[in-house]
Design a protein around this ligand. Structure first.
Ligand SMILES: *Cc1c(COP(=O)(O)O)cnc(C)c1O
Length: 455
């Protein structure tokens, strides 16, 4: 792709050559961004990836502290030919409406900072992708006669972020299915405190039951046509693209200040967040090493070690949002980064067990005076256990994926004190809860949909 033009000049230049298309990781014919956003997943079951990557170095970004301008420069090539190109500034403004700082850590050797992705409405990084996707879908589809119904099965964090992002959006409904009694109290609250366009369903079953019900409903053509089902799960390209922005912004700011690349350590489950960093580096941003911090679910680690890809049932850990036995974004990473041997030269993975997570929460509090969540603790562990020379010679940014107050039942006993609630979370927890309890069957889902949304 050519080096970027100023967005204002190129906004309507949508001849075939410049349009960005998105192809399936499994080979189906490419589609436009707008189709990829609405479809979520390719017709052959693959994941959408951009057909080509722009070539953008630090010199292509205006020297600025405004993450929104960085976002516009980075996203413009990915939106070429989209109906949304003219709305990009608005979409960005609706998404990046809270701070995303890098807080320097007072380390005695080397340089290290914490990228805080948890200042959004539901206090986890998934807010960013969910808000961006909501802003896109509302504009693509928001004024049709019949609302679009986003179905989401959640084990905790995703459902809250999606519900918050679509809450009160015209022409949009959300149905959240979560396993009754198997999410934390604060998570349950975030899943059940929204307006009339959000239907929260506590399913008497497991997360797998919830996921099966969603898949079943989407595969039911009559039902699907009646409610216009769509999904907002983490493989949607509309959740992926905005996540590349904070890596771009953090690395550019660091590069301007120190003229050095940033290396990132990223808590990883389904590999969406880390893939976005990989994408940002492939585009040309000043990013050095990428280290994936996983929990006891070792599938990525084993793949990088010996090339065997063995999806398995997930193990429950303290970093529950990373309990993934078959990370779907690996398909994207292999497409962009190659197979095991080649990929292992571009990215590393460190597996962190529960007792190491607990120990990190304590050590971080003792050394730096603030609490971290169990997911973030996997990143601090991986960083502390780097080769000492490497830890000193490179500049590290550790990614903090959720606010510790969201996981207070794990964090507070370890640090022996309470974690203050951030204002957004306190606001959510003050709202009344409202949800239906249903059995884990297609019939139960159908009947509650009909009761709440009419026929
Ligand atoms: C979802 C989540 C992760 C894992 O992110 P992936 O994109 O699935 O790798 C890590 N930490 C928190 C707090 C999360 O909610």
């Amino acid at each position: 792709m050519p080096v970027m033009d100023q967005p204002a000049q190129c906004a309507w230049r949508t001849n075939g050559r410049l349009n960005m298309l998105y192809r399936s990781t499994r080979g189906a014919a490419p589609v436009t961004l707008d189709e990829a956003l609405v479809l979520g997943i390719a017709s052959d079951g693959g994941l959408f990836v951009p057909e080509s990557l722009p070539d953008l170095g630090p010199q292509d970004f205006r020297s600025t502290d405004d993450i929104r301008l960085t976002a516009r420069t980075l996203l413009t090539p990915f939106f070429r030919g989209s109906e949304l190109e003219k709305d990009l500034d608005e979409i960005i403004a609706e998404t990046f409406n809270f701070p995303i700082p890098v807080t320097p850590l007072p380390v005695s050797v080397g340089r290290c900072g914490l990228l805080e992705l948890y200042h959004g409405p539901t206090a986890a990084f998934k807010d960013i992708g969910a808000q961006f996707l909501a802003a896109c879908l509302t504009r693509l589809d928001g004024d049709r006669k019949k609302p679009l119904t986003i179905l989401v099965a959640t084990s905790g964090d995703t459902g809250g972020a999606v519900a918050a992002a679509f809450d009160e959006r015209p022409g949009m409904r959300v149905v959240v299915l979560f396993p009754n009694g198997r999410v934390s109290d604060r998570q349950a609250h975030q899943l059940t405190c929204w307006s009339d366009n959000v239907l929260s369903l506590a399913v008497n079953g497991s997360f797998d039951d919830c996921q099966m019900m969603v898949k079943g409903a989407m595969a039911d053509e009559a039902l699907s046509a009646k409610y216009r089902f769509s999904s907002a799960n983490s493989i949607n390209v509309g959740r992926l693209l905005p996540q590349a922005i904070y890596y771009a912004h953090a690395s550019l700011q660091h590069f301007r200040k120190y003229d050095r690349r940033s290396s990132f350590v990223i808590p990883t489950g389904n590999l969406g967040n880390a893939f976005a960093c990989f994408l940002a580096r492939a585009v040309g941003l000043p990013i050095g090493d990428i280290v994936l911090a996983t929990n006891a679910n070792r599938i990525i680690n084993d793949f990088l070690d010996d090339g065997t890809w063995e999806p398995r049932a997930s193990i429950e850990t303290l970093a529950s949002a990373m309990d993934v036995g078959n990370p779907s974004n690996m398909e994207r990473l292999r497409k962009l980064g190659g197979e095991a041997r080649e990929l292992a030269g571009k990215v590393r993975a460190v597996s962190v067990n529960d007792s190491q997570i607990t120990q990190q929460i304590k050590q971080n509090f003792d050394e730096f005076g603030f609490a971290i969540c169990p997911h973030t603790a996997t990143a601090t562990y991986a960083w502390r256990n780097l080769d000492p020379a490497e830890r000193m010679e490179k500049d590290w940014i550790l990614v903090a994926t959720a606010h510790p107050a969201k996981f207070e039942s794990i964090v507070e006993p370890v640090i022996g004190t309470t974690v203050p609630l951030p204002a957004e979370l306190a606001g959510i927890l003050a709202r009344p809860r409202r949800f239906d309890v249903i059995e884990p069957t297609a019939l139960a889902l159908e009947s509650v949909l009909s009761r709440r949304f009419g026929s």
